[in-house]
Ligand binder design. Structure first.
Ligand SMILES: Nc1ncnc2c1ncn2[C@@H]1O[C@H](COP(=O)(O)OP(=O)(O)O)[C@@H](O)[C@H]1O
Ligand SMILES: [Mg+2]
Length: 247
């Protein structure tokens, strides 16, 4: 589904964080919002998820305005937020449990455990899993929500650099299978290049989309990523000098 963010205004205090933030995400597109810490990336996702309310402007999915929490979105926050007292299967089926469809969710989840690198861990506890596996479990929980648009807040930010690379490789291989519209926020330039169809650079005070880059490549491999020196430089230059409020 197509997402349109149109002229959004928002502030936490007297200084506006956004004064007229606008961008689009096409149906099925993978878009990253890239920017320095504190520029407002998580706030964008919280506004879309209905956790925060904009002062002005509108957000539309396929042309219809959204207000408050919308079933169009599945939100994966930066921390995996798995319940330690529930098994992995119970954790990933949370949405189904809340909506009275736990049995169906469990059947679907069992089919997907292998694809998410979790085969055999259905009845394990979150504490039994590595950081990468926990993130994949959180990802599976998000994917099992019947939402067309995934909102991903630095989903691999808490992982060490090796696990993060593995997770990025895994997500590239999963993109086709997911077949959803994805909006990812990150401060990692390589992650944005590797995963995105389009990169939006967010920054400034008030924050706005300062530049936009299209990434056209069907076969994403590490070799391809490492050959993207020029794009990496351009993104660095775009981000450098963007002022963000102190966190
Ligand atoms: N609940 C809050 N109250 C006041 N200021 C906040 C709150 N949450 C975030 N901020 C501020 O808003 C700015 C944007 O925050 P955030 O969206 O979390 O940035 P990012 O995700 O890009 O690091 C930062 O300066 C942050 O300190
Ligand atoms: Mg953030």
């Amino acid at each position: 589904m197509k997402l349109k963010v149109d002229n959004i205004a928002f502030r936490y205090d007297e200084e506006p964080l956004f004064k007229g933030l606008s961008f689009d995400v096409e149906a099925g597109e993978f878009v990253s919002i890239l920017g320095p810490s504190g520029c407002g990336k998580s706030t964008v996702l919280n506004l879309l998820a209905g956790i925060l309310t904009p002062e002005g402007g509108s957000m539309l999915v396929d042309g219809a305005p959204i207000k408050g929490m919308s079933s169009h979105f599945a939100y994966m926050p930066q921390n995996d937020l798995l319940f330690p007292w529930k098994t992995i299967l119970q954790n990933v089926c949370l949405h189904g449990r809340l909506h009275g469809t736990e049995k169906a969710a469990q059947a679907r989840a069992r089919e997907l455990f292998g694809l998410f690198g979790l085969a055999g861990y259905e009845d394990a506890w979150p504490s039994d899993l590595s950081g990468g596996m926990r993130q994949r479990a959180a990802f599976l929980r998000t994917a099992l929500c019947d939402a067309d648009i995934l909102l991903l807040d630095e989903p691999f930010g808490a992982l060490d650099v090796i696990s993060r690379g593995d997770m990025q490789d895994w997500l590239v291989s999963m993109k086709q299978h997911l077949g959803r519209t994805c909006l990812l926020v990150t401060h990692d330039i390589d992650e944005a290049i590797f995963l995105s169809d389009r990169i939006l650079v967010l920054g400034g005070r008030p924050a706005d989309i300062r530049s936009e880059y299209r990434v056209v490549e069907a076969h994403r491999t590490r070799d391809w990523l490492y050959s993207q020196g020029e794009l990496r430089h351009r993104l660095h230059d775009s981000i450098r000098g963007l002022e963000a409020r102190p966190c």
